[in-house]
Design a protein around this ligand. Structure first.
Ligand code: BGC
Length: 763
C-alpha cells in the first residue's frame, strides 16, 4: 500500500504563509479575509496538509474484529437488525458506507451514500458544538467553556436539546460535537470549544450535552479522540502521554459520553504515543473498543485524518478535495486501498454504523436535509428569519449562568441605579462586529465565539452596548456614554472621566488551526483598561476571552469589579446587561485557573520544532491547572472553580455516609446545608473535592462532584451529592485499583475556598 503525499498548490502555499502571518499577530487574522481566501478554504487547506508517514503504511495489517454485542446491551435489537441488513449489502455498497463522499460531495460537511434497500438514508454530518454550522436560522449558543462554567447539569442537558432540535430540523443525522479536549495549555486555540481543565467536569458537561442531542434522535460525536490539546502541528505531532494520565485525565470525558450512549467518536489528527490516533490499534481496538470501556458506536476520522482502516470505522470526509481518489471499485482514499480490507472487518465497520443508525431510529422518521452548507452567504444579514425563540431563551440562560464574576471588592455590582447616573461603555469589544454571520472576532467587534469549525453563523448578536443601552432605558435618568473602539486612548479616557461608572470591554480570541501567541488581551486591551482605570475610580472590566488572560491591571485600586464573560454566543449583550443590573445574580465558576504569569501554568503550546513529527510530551502528567497549582503551592489570581455572587452563602452540616453500610467500597452520599445570608436570591455552585490517601499518589485534591442550587434570601437548602465509587478508582501498576485508607471530603465554593471537610475510612 502506498501513501500519496499531498503536494500543496501555489495558492495553498500562499494561503499557508498567510496563516503563519496571522498567528504572528493577533490582529493580522483579518488579513485572511482581506486576501479573499475564505475561512473555509483556509481550514480545508490546513486539514489536507498532512504528512503521510511511511511508517504507518502497513498499520492496516492488524485487522481487528469487535466482540459480539451482549444481549443486555441497550443497542442489542438494533445490532441484530444491523447484522441482518449487512447480509444484503454488496462489498461495494459497504465501502460507500464507511467512506464519505468528500467534503463537498453533498450539501453537508460530510455525507455517506444512502442504501435505500436497507432503509439507510446515508449520513449528513455537520459541525458543530455550538449550533449547526454554515446554515442560517439557527441558534448560536455560548461556547462549551461557558456551559462548563455554569456547573449546571440541567442547563447542560437543555443546551444539548437545543442542538438536537436544530440539527434535526435541518435533517442533520450526525452532529460533530461535543468537543472535549482539555485546557492543558492555556493558549491552545480550541480551548473555547472545550469544557475546561478538569476531566470530571468535562465528562459531566459533555455527556449531558450528548443526552440532550441524542434525545432528539440526532447522533452526537465525542471529539477529538485523543490528546489533541493544541493546534500548532495538529496533524503531524505526537502527543506522548503515560497510561495513568491517559486513563485518569484524558479518557474520562470520553468514557462519560460512552456511558451516556454516544453514537460516534471522532479520532483526532495527531499521533498518540507515536502512532496516528486514527490508526492506533492499541488505543482504539484494545482500549476504546476493549472489554472495559466497550465503545459500541463508530469511530470516524477527523476530516482527512485517515491513515488506516484497522481502527476507525468511517473515513471522513472521504474522497479528498483534489479529485477522484474514490473510484467505483476498488476504493482508495488518502492512499488507503480499501480493496485490501478483509470482508469481516468491513462488516464490523458497517455493523457499528448501522447499529447506531437503527438504534436512533433514523430509518423511521428522520427528516431529510434541506440546506446546502456550501453556498455563499451574505455577510451582513442581521436578525432575519429567526424562528427559535425558545432556544434563544436557553442560550440566554446558559450565557447568564456561565458568566463569572471574579472580583467585586467594593461591591460596586449590581449597578446601583440612582438617578442621573452616567455609565461609560468603552472598548471595541462592546460593539457589534462589522461583518456578521462569519466567525465573529475575526472582523472586529465583540467576541461571541472563537473561530474555526467550532463556530456557526449568527442569526443576530446583541452587542454589549446594545444590551446595556436597552436595559438602561428602563431606568429613569440613566445615561449611557460610549467609545467603542480600542484605537485611541484619548476618547476612551474622556468617556471614563465623564462617567460615574466606567465599564470597559476587552477580548482575546483564538480558534481551530491557531493557538494564541500569548495570553494578553488583544488590540492593546491592557492599555485601554489601565487608562480607563486611571481616569475613573469605579471601573468595571468585562472580558470576552477564549480562556485565561494575564491581568496586569488586576490590583489597580480603581478596578472594582471584573467579569469573565468568555464567549457567550448571540445573546451576549443581553446576558451582560442582566448581570450588571442585577436582573440575574451571577453564579458562574471558572472551569480553569487564571495565573498571573504564563510561566506559572504547567504546560504550554509547543510552537516550534524541527522534527518531522514534533513530540508533545505530556510530562506534567496529572498535574496541570489546579492540580499543578495545589501541588506547587502557587497562588493563582483566580483559582479553578472561583466565581462570586451578589449574595453570601454559608455552608454547614457536612455529612458523609456509605450508600451500603456493609460494603467498604460502596458509593458515598455527601450532604450539607447552604444558607443564603445576603441580600439577593441566587445560585450557589457547591463543589466536592476529594483528598485521596497518601498511597494513592494523587494530586492534593480532585473535583468529584458539584451541584448548582438556588437559595432565596434567608433560606437554607440541603444539598446531596452522590460520590460514585468509580470516581475513587486510581490507575496504579497498569490497572484500576481502590486504595484503602482515609479520604478527605472537601466541600467548597472553589478549589481554594473549602468551607467544610470530613474524613472517612473507605476501601
Ligand atoms: C475539525 C473537526 C471538525 C471537522 C469537520 C476538522 O478540521 O478538527 O472538529 O468537526 O473538521 O469540519
Amino acid at each position: 500500500m502506498s501513501k500519496n503525499p499531498t503536494k500543496p498548490s501555489r495558492h495553498q502555499t500562499a494561503q499557508k504563509a498567510l496563516y503563519l502571518l496571522a498567528i504572528l499577530s493577533a490582529n493580522a487574522f483579518v488579513a485572511l479575509f482581506l486576501s479573499g481566501a475564505s475561512m473555509l478554504d483556509w481550514l480545508t487547506e490546513t486539514r489536507t496538509m498532512q504528512p503521510h508517514n511511511p511508517q504507518y503504511a502497513n498499520a492496516s495489517l492488524q485487522w481487528h474484529i469487535s466482540r459480539p454485542m451482549r444481549a443486555d446491551h441497550p443497542w442489542f435489537d438494533a445490532n441484530v437488525r444491523a447484522k441482518d441488513a449487512i447480509n444484503s449489502l454488496t462489498r461495494s455498497q459497504k465501502k460507500y458506507m464507511v467512506i464519505g463522499l468528500g467534503e463537498r460531495g453533498g450539501p453537508c460537511e460530510g455525507v455517506t451514500a444512502a442504501q435505500p434497500h436497507i432503509n439507510f438514508k446515508g449520513f449528513c454530518l455537520q459541525d458543530g458544538p455550538v449550533g449547526p454550522r454554515m446554515i442560517e436560522n439557527i441558534t448560536a449558543l455560548p461556547g462549551h467553556v461557558n456551559l462548563a462554567a455554569t456547573f449546571d447539569r440541567s442547563l447542560m442537558v437543555q443546551y444539548g436539546e437545543v442542538l438536537g432540535t436544530e440539527f434535526r430540523k435541518w435533517g442533520i443525522s450526525v452532529q460533530l460535537g461535543p468537543m472535549m479536549n482539555l485546557f492543558r495549555a492555556p493558549a491552545a486555540g480550541r480551548n473555547w470549544e472545550s469544557p475546561g481543565a478538569d476531566p470530571y467536569l468535562a465528562g459531566v458537561s459533555a455527556s449531558l450535552i450528548v443526552r440532550g442531542v441524542q434525545s432528539k434522535g440526532v447522533i452526537a460525536t465525542a471529539k477529538h479522540f485523543i490528546a489533541n490539546e493544541q493546534e500548532a502541528f495538529r496533524t503531524s505531532s505526537s502527543s506522548n502521554v503515560d497510561m495513568r494520565t491517559l486513563m485518569e485525565i484524558y479518557m474520562p470525558p470520553f468514557e462519560a459520553c460512552i456511558r451516556e450512549g454516544v453514537g460516534a467518536i471522532m479520532c483526532s489528527y495527531n499521533l498518540f504515543n507515536g502512532e496516528y490516533a486514527c490508526a492506533n490499534n492499541h488505543l482504539i481496538n484494545d482500549i476504546l473498543k476493549g472489554p472495559e470501556i466497550d465503545f459500541r458506536g463508530f469511530v470516524m476520522t477527523d476530516w482527512f485524518a485517515s491513515y488506516s482502516l484497522t481502527a476507525s470505522d468511517m473515513v471522513m470526509a472521504g474522497r479528498d478535495n483534489a479529485g477522484d481518489t474514490l473510484g467505483p471499485d476498488p476504493l482508495s482514499v488518502d492512499g488507503l486501498d480499501v480493496a485490501d480490507i478483509p470482508e469481516e472487518r468491513l462488516n464490523d465497520m458497517v455493523e457499528r454504523i448501522l447499529t447506531v443508525y437503527y438504534h436512533f431510529r433514523q430509518d423511521v422518521d428522520f427528516p431529510p436535509h434541506t440546506f446546502n452548507a456550501w453556498i455563499d452567504r451574505p455577510k451582513n444579514v442581521y436578525n432575519y428569519n429567526y424562528e427559535f425563540k425558545k432556544n434563544a431563551i436557553i442560550a440566554h440562560r446558559v450565557g447568564v449562568a456561565g458568566t463569572v464574576l471574579v472580583k467585586d471588592d467594593r461591591r460596586i455590582l449590581p449597578l446601583k441605579t440612582a438617578s442621573n447616573l452616567k455609565l461609560g461603555i468603552i472598548g471595541e469589544d462592546a460593539r457589534l462586529p462589522r461583518i456578521l454571520n462569519v466567525e465573529p472576532g475575526t472582523a472586529g467587534g465583540t467576541l461571541a465565539h472563537g473561530t474555526g469549525s467550532g463556530t456557526c453563523e449568527f442569526p443576530y448578536i446583541i452587542s454589549p452596548l446594545e444590551g446595556i443601552t436597552m436595559r438602561a432605558k428602563k431606568q429613569k435618568g440613566l445615561q449611557v456614554l460610549s467609545y467603542t473602539e480600542n484605537q485611541d486612548i484619548a476618547p476612551a479616557r474622556k468617556v471614563a472621566q465623564e462617567a460615574d461608572i466606567a465599564i470597559v470591554f476587552q477580548q482575546a480570541n483564538s480558534g481551530e488551526g491557531w493557538d494564541r501567541k500569548d495570553l494578553k488581551l488583544w488590540a492593546g486591551g491592557d492599555d485601554v483598561i489601565q487608562a480607563v482605570a486611571d481616569a475613573n475610580k469605579n471601573t468595571i472590566v468585562v472580558l470576552h476571552t477564549v480562556g485565561a488572560v494575564e491581568m496586569p491591571w488586576i490590583n489597580h485600586p480603581n478596578i472594582s469589579a471584573v467579569i469573565y464573560g468568555l464567549v457567550p454566543g448571540q445573546e451576549t449583550g443581553a446576558v451582560i446587561a442582566d448581570i450588571l443590573f442585577g436582573d440575574s445574580n451571577p453564579s458562574g465558576r471558572l472551569p480553569f485557573t487564571v495565573h498571573k504569569d504564563r510561566s506559572e501554568y504547567a504546560a504550554d503550546v509547543l510552537y516550534e520544532s524541527k522534527d518531522t513529527i514534533p513530540q508533545i510530551e505530556y510530562k506534567e502528567g496529572l498535574y496541570f491547572d489546579y492540580r499543578h497549582a495545589d501541588k506547587h503551592n502557587i497562588t493563582p489570581i483566580f483559582p479553578f472553580g472561583h466565581g462570586l455572587s451578589y449574595t453570601d452563602f454559608k455552608y454547614s452540616n457536612l455529612q458523609v455516609s456509605r450508600q451500603t453500610k456493609s460494603d467498604p467500597k460502596s458509593s458515598l452520599k455527601v450532604s450539607f446545608k447552604i444558607a443564603n445570608m445576603g441580600k439577593y436570591d441566587g445560585h450557589e455552585v457547591a463543589q466536592l473535592y476529594v483528598k485521596f490517601p497518601e498511597a494513592a499518589d494523587e494530586p492534593p485534591k480532585l473535583l468529584k462532584g458539584f451541584e448548582r442550587v438556588f437559595v432565596k434570601v434567608g433560606k437554607t437548602v440541603t444539598v446531596e451529592i452522590l460520590l460514585e465509587a468509580r470516581e475513587l478508582r486510581v490507575w496504579l501498576e497498569g490497572g484500576w485499583k481502590y486504595v484503602a485508607g482515609e479520604y478527605e471530603i472537601l466541600i467548597g465554593a472553589s478549589s481554594r475556598d473549602i468551607r467544610a471537610t470530613s474524613v472517612i475510612k473507605w476501601g
